[in-house]
Write a protein that binds this ligand. Structure first.
Ligand SMILES: Cc1ncc(COP(=O)(O)O)c(C=O)c1O
Length: 400
């Protein structure tokens, strides 16, 4: 265990159990510890390194912007922000042509819920069991100034529905007639363990929400910006949500969250209702603009689709007996094991491969950069086979 940055351990509140290493440098799909050991990063820097670590185009854009202007808030216009917004709107589904910029996925979801409650003048929100949408909801509930709280600070007014179960959502709509402002859903429940639902479910959910006058919010924090082999997962599913929230890799690691909404919904906004200090910072915007340029120029959406299929197909062909199911789209892949994933994640770490865990405790989550190569995929596959074999051997030895 490398503990060179000890204040992190001694003074920072405990956050994640984390990898037992200090990551100091990154390049493409590789990260390096303080001793220079390289690790294959199939966790993608917490699902953030869409363009790989330190992509030269992103780095150059950042250097240029840092030398020009690091920060000024939205209280003045800025050309870095303008060109970023233009690029983001061009990238987003056509019907979502209004944008709010913030600094995290949580803030994006807080804001989306707020917009839905203000627009519908209703208090309740349906979200899904096992969903993950962030941690900042209490910030608004704790704010006392009434113009910020208007109809939106009912943090207790969350209803949980079963993901993939339309009838259950329909029952909630019946139980709270005219009171449900929004349905908030991840198109793929990534943190839970990369769980998917049928595209017909989402289409019917969109229909149900519309029929009931509720706003459909897709949380694409993990699935957006090419991750699933399409610009957004909504496109893959064939649904047009009223709001899409996104974050994670939009700016290749600079903090950015975004709320894409329609012109119609944007009518509820008035100057001063929404805002923040750091949303749309010139530096984050320069990184986001450069990230989108890389995604488009290097055809990373296509790569995510094709490389993701390669990984999934090869995993299936290997027919490893310890694997129960392989799920996901593009380069968001869940490998569900028959037993706990923790020991395999540790074995992969010993082989210098980083992967994500999931709330279900059984699934290994892969979120490599969208420009990951086939060679790197083969390195991962070899390490996984080896890790699975070694754990099986240990178990057999213990059983003997
Ligand atoms: C689907 C989803 N929504 C929201 C969030 C919260 O984002 P943040 O940690 O940037 O607040 C996450 C973070 O993992 C996420 O996966």
């Amino acid at each position: 265990m490398q503990n060179s940055i000890s204040p992190e351990k001694t003074h920072q509140l405990d956050i994640y159990s984390g990898f037992p290493l200090s990551i100091e440098r990154g390049s493409g799909s590789m990260v390096f510890d303080s001793r220079g050991n390289g690790y294959l990063d199939f966790y993608g820097g917490h699902a953030v390194a869409l363009t790989g670590h330190c992509h030269p185009h992103v780095v150059n854009a950042l250097i240029h912007q840092a030398e020009t202007l690091i920060f000024y808030s939205n209280s003045a216009q800025n050309s870095s922000r303008s060109s970023c917004i233009e690029a983001l709107i061009d990238f987003a589904p056509e019907h979502l042509n209004k944008l709010f910029l913030c600094t995290s996925g949580s803030e994006a979801n807080d804001t989306a819920i707020r917009i839905a409650k203000l627009y519908t003048e209703r208090p309740y929100v349906i979200s899904m069991k096992n969903s993950f949408h962030g941690r900042s909801g209490n910030a608004l509930a704790a704010t006392a100034i009434s113009r910020y709280r208007e109809r939106a600070a009912h943090s207790a007014h969350m209803l949980l529905s079963r993901f993939g179960d339309l009838d259950h959502s329909a029952v909630l709509f019946k139980r709270y007639p005219g009171e449900i402002a929004a349905v908030l859903v991840e198109p793929i429940q990534s943190s839970a363990g990369v769980y998917q639902a049928d595209s017909n479910y989402f289409k019917e959910l969109a229909y149900l929400a519309k029929e009931q006058g509720a706003i459909l919010i897709f949380d694409e924090s993990q699935t957006g910006f090419g991750r699933c082999g399409a610009s957004f997962c909504a496109e893959l599913i064939g649904v047009k949500p009223d709001i899409i929230t996104a974050s994670k890799g939009i700016a290749s690691g600079l903090p950015m969250g975004s709320v894409f909404i329609s012109q119609e919904l944007s009518a509820i906004n008035y100057s001063g209702l929404l805002g923040n200090t750091f949303g749309g910072s010139p530096l984050s915007c320069a990184a986001a603009r450069a990230t989108l340029e890389v995604i488009l120029r290097e055809r990373l959406i296509k790569n995510a689709r094709e490389t993701g299929n390669y990984l999934k197909d090869t995993l299936k062909q290997l027919a490893l007996s310890e694997i129960k199911e392989i799920r996901g789209e593009g380069l968001l892949i869940g490998i569900e094991l028959k037993s706990k994933a923790g020991p395999i994640i540790k074995e992969l770490f010993k082989r210098k491969v980083l992967v994500g865990s999931a709330t279900d405790g059984k699934t290994i989550r892969l979120l490599p950069p969208l420009n990951v190569s086939r060679t790197e995929c083969d390195m991962f596959l070899e390490a996984l086979e080896d890790a699975l074999t070694s754990v099986t051997d240990i178990t057999l030895e213990q059983a003997a």
